[in-house]
Design a protein around this ligand. Structure first.
Ligand code: AKB
Length: 317
C-alpha cells in the first residue's frame, strides 16, 4: 500500500521541519500537512484542520487515503498553565479524535509525541529511566502521561500501531517554539545573533534535557520505520540528545560572541523546570530501535549561529 502521511500541527516548531523531511522521504504528493491555517510560504498539500473536529480529520483521512498520522498539535507546558482545564480539553480531545479516526479507518501507524514533562518530583532527575514513576506537575505533562497510556491501550486493545517519543526541548533554527519551558534555548541564539542582550526566565544552573532538530527528526523517522516487532515500549520512549544549563550554553555562545550579555530573571517556568529531569536514560530506544544522537552542544551552537546569521543577513538586504 502507498504510504500517505497526515501531519496534524504542521505549522509548529517541529511540524514545519518534519513535514519537509517527510516530503523528502515519501514525495510531496504523499504528505498532507494540516493546521488551523495555511502559511503563505507553504509548499505542498495543505488542509485546514481543527483537530477538535473529528469529522474534519476523518474526511481528510478518507479523501487522501491516509495510512499514517503524526499528531503534533498540543498546548505546551508553560502556555498550558494559563488555562489548565482548556489545555486538558484541547490536548486530550484532539488525541482521542486522532486515535479514534485511526482505529475506525485502519490507519497503519500513528505517531503521538510525549515529553519529558511527564516526569515530576517522584522521578530521579539524573539519567531518568524510561519506567520512572510519573507524577507530572503541569497540565501538559498530565495530558501527555495519560496520552502515553491511551496509546498503549489502543495498541493492546485494538492493535493500533501507536508509537511515541518523550521529546526533550527541541532546538532548531528553522522555526520558533511557542509556550514551552525549554524555549529559552532557541531564543538565546536569536538574541546573540541580533547582538541583543538576553533575559533568561530560568536561573543559570537549571540543567534540562534538549535535542538538536536534525537528531529529533531522525529519531522520529527511525522510530516510525522500525519493524513492529522491535517496538516493545508502547507507552513512550525516553530520548536523550544533550543536557545543558543556561550558563553552559552561554559559555558556548561567548566563544563566538564574546560581548554577549545575559541576565537571569526566573519566573513561574523555573518551578516547572525544577521538577523535570536533568538528563535522560534512553537505553530502551538505543536497544530496541538503534537510537544514537549525533549532535553535542559545541556542534549545535556553531550550526545554530551560522544558520541564524545567514537568515538575518538576508532579511537586512
Ligand atoms: C516544553 O517545554 O513544554 C516542551 C517540552 C519539553 O515538551 N518543549
Amino acid at each position: 500500500m502507498k504510504t500517505v502521511v497526515l501531519v496534524i500541527g504542521a505549522n509548529g516548531q517541529l511540524g514545519s521541519v518534519l513535514v519537509k523531511a517527510l516530503q523528502d522521504k515519501f514525495g510531496q504528493n504523499q504528505v498532507i500537512a494540516s493546521d488551523l491555517f495555511k502559511k503563505d510560504d507553504f509548499d505542498g498539500i495543505f488542509e485546514v484542520i481543527d483537530a477538535l473536529n473529528f469529522d474534519r480529520i476523518q474526511d481528510v483521512v478518507q479523501e487522501y487515503r491516509v495510512t499514517q498520522i503524526y499528531h503534533l498539535a498540543a498546548i505546551l507546558s508553560a502556555k498550558g498553565e494559563e488555562n489548565p482545564l482548556q489545555t486538558w480539553d484541547i490536548n486530550t480531545k484532539t488525541m482521542f479524535n486522532v486515535f479514534e479516526v485511526s482505529r475506525l479507518n485502519h490507519i497503519e501507524k500513528v505517531f503521538f509525541p510525549s515529553s519529558i514533562a511527564v516526569f515530576g518530583a517522584g522521578a530521579t532527575q539524573d539519567l531518568t529511566p524510561n519506567n520512572a514513576y510519573l507524577d507530572p506537575a503541569t497540565v501538559y505533562g498530565i495530558s501527555k502521561a495519560s496520552g502515553e497510556n491511551w496509546g498503549q491501550y489502543y495498541y493492546l486493545r485494538y492493535g493500533l500501531d501507536v508509537r511515541s517519543i518523550r521529546y526533550p526541548g527541541v532546538i532548531g533554527y528553522q522555526s520558533l517554539p511557542g509556550g514551552g519551558t525549554t524555549d529559552y534555548a532557541v531564543d538565546i541564539f536569536h538574541k546573540a545573533v541580533l547582538g541583543e542582550p538576553f533575559n533568561c526566565f530560568l536561573n543559570k544552573n537549571t540543567t534540562l534535557p534538549m535535542i538538536y532538530m536534525d537528531d529529533v527528526i531522525r529519531a522520529t523517522l527511525e522510530l516510525m520505520d522500525a519493524p513492529k516487532a522491535q517496538i516493545k515500549t508502547r507507552t513512550s520512549y525516553n530520548l536523550a540528545g544533550l543536557s545543558f544549563s543556561p550558563l553552559e550554553i552561554t559559555e558556548e555562545i561567548l566563544k563566538i560572541y564574546p560581548n554577549f550579555k545575559i541576565k537571569y530573571t526566573p519566573d513561574f517556568r523555573q518551578n516547572i523546570a525544577d521538577k523535570w529531569p536533568k538528563s535522560i536514560d534512553d537505553s530502551a530506544a538505543r536497544a530496541e530501535w538503534g537510537w544514537q544522537p549525533k549532535f553535542d552542544l559545541p556542534a549545535m551552537t556553531k550550526i545554530m549561529i551560522k544558520a541564524l546569521q545567514s537568515y538575518y543577513s538576508k532579511l537586512e538586504v
